[in-house]
Design a protein around this ligand. Structure first.
Ligand code: PEP
Ligand code: MN
Length: 448
């Protein structure tokens, strides 16, 4: 990417564009002070890691590798706790082991964590009992309690979010580098309730088979094979709150361009993907690989223009399109988009988010997602990409390592009534540990 493309771009140029989904901070001075402090703090990731992820995504785009991106819909400051972080890591590691074994493929692991603290909302305000307050926009902005002080956007939360993200990523790095993610020891990733799962036996067989392969290769090589036994982990979040992203956008010595060093892989959400908008303006200028959510309202022209603006030089690994149509619409909406992107000559990585197009409400008003719809969307995605001469290169999931009951169905066939037992999400419903692992096992069969 040559710098002359960007003579009209800077980390603050988004401010000249309409910025959807931004909070109204009451105190401009407090906001600029917080941004300035954030700008001076160390970054959360390095440009080398960002470049390494781009290279992994470039390989996946060429058919070598499958992306597993997953985590909470929204992290909360309160959930920045060791048990929550390790449980989420355990599920992602177990799923990736199933995928590595079943797909005979490299897996690129990307967490939805260490910065997934800001949420887009359908309404600016919320009214209860005649009182109207700003909507809750995620812990990076305000607090969920319905009081004027909790809901007032507070710039101090930008610093708090950076600190919690740093603690999260520090702990994950320590675990991964320290041997927790070593393929020789998948028993480290067992969750307390895994033994009671209907899937336990099938999972254990895969673990044993993979262990045998690793040992076999090491016997052949006469030494431990680091490449096989160590895993890499990357982070991602929606690049939504642009003050936060701007403050973490840095130049790096001996490298061209600007990097967002708050995360490896920022993505543009469906509600902020308009052409000419601030989010597309911000993202076009950074060196990170970028994701874009693609929903049913996306037209072929709009999508092709996004590809052109975000990846003018057709850089491999730069652009990932994350389609989230819903099981009932993917068949009618996705083929034309795949076709249009290909005809326009864009090379992208396609991955499927089977969560956000399949959200419904139960009669008692809880948001849920039926496991069979999630599975159906992934299944159709594999079929459609194949029929279009394209390839599904990964999945994007909302999941947790906790024993929650938020999505219906799965191996235990959770009913809408079961959801009351352990519904903890304040935003979107997540796959629990068992449903996530089951989905990984099903993906292996679908990809065959
Ligand atoms: C999300 O990923 O939590 C989200 C809001 O997704 P989308 O932009 O696809 O609706
Ligand atoms: Mn969500």
């Amino acid at each position: 990417m040559s710098p002359q493309h960007f003579s009209d771009w800077s980390p603050t140029s988004w401010q000249q564009h309409p910025a959807a989904q931004q909070p109204q901070y009451p105190d401009a001075k407090a906001l600029s002070d917080a941004i300035e402090r954030l700008r001076q703090l160390p970054p959360l990731v390095t440009s080398w890691e960002v470049d390494a992820l781009r290279a992994h995504l470039a390989r996946a785009q060429q058919g070598d590798g499958f992306v597993l991106q997953g985590g909470d819909c929204a992290e909360s400051f309160a959930d920045c706790r060791p048990e929550i972080i390790t449980n989420r890591l355990k599920v992602l590691l177990q799923m990736s082991l199933v995928l590595v074994h079943g797909l005979r493929s490299r897996v690129v692991r990307i967490g939805r964590f260490a910065g997934q603290y800001a949420k887009p909302r359908s309404a600016e305000t919320e009214t209860r009992d005649g009182i109207t307050l700003p909507s809750y926009r995620g812990d990076l902005v305000n607090a969920p309690e319905f009081s004027a002080s909790a809901r007032t956007p507070d710039p101090q939360r930008l610093l708090e979010g950076h600190a919690r993200s740093a603690m999260t990523i520090n702990f994950v790095r320590g675990l991964v580098d320290g041997g927790f993610a070593d393929l020789h020891h998948p028993e480290y990733w067992d969750l307390d309730w895994v033994q009671h799962s209907p899937l336990a036996a099938e999972y254990q067989q895969m673990v044993d088979a993979l262990g045998d392969s690793v040992r076999f290769m090491e016997t052949l090589a006469g030494r431990p094979i680091g490449e096989f036994s160590r895993v890499e982990f990357f982070t991602s979040h929606e690049a939504l709150l642009l003050w936060y992203e701007q403050a973490q956008t840095r130049r790096v010595p001996r490298k061209e361009g600007w990097y967002n060093l708050s995360t490896h892989f920022p993505w543009i959400g469906m509600r902020t993907a308009e052409l000419g908008g601030a989010h597309v303006e911000y993202c076009r200028g950074i060196r990170n690989p970028i994701g874009v959510k693609v929903g049913p309202s996306m037209t072929a022209e709009w999508l092709c223009e996004l590809c052109r603006v975000l990846n003018p030089d057709h850089e491999p690994g730069r652009l990932t399109l994350i389609h989230r149509m819903g099981a009932d619409r993917i068949g009618t909406h996705l083929p034309a988009l795949i076709e249009a992107v290909r005809r326009a000559g864009h090379r992208v990585l396609w991955i499927c988010d089977p969560m956000h197009g399949n959200t419904i409400s139960t009669p008692s008003g809880l948001k849920t997602r039926p496991f069979e719809k999630i599975l159906s969307e992934v299944e159709q995605a594999f079929v459609i990409h194949r029929a279009c001469g394209s390839r599904l290169g990964g999945v994007h999931l909302e999941l947790t390592g906790e024993d929650v009951t938020e999505c219906t169905g799965g191996a235990r066939n959770l009913s809408p009534a079961d959801l009351e037992r352990a519904y903890r999400s304040t935003v979107d419903p997540r796959l629990n540990y068992e449903q996530a692992l089951e989905l990984a096992m099903k993906i292996v069969k679908l990809a065959a």
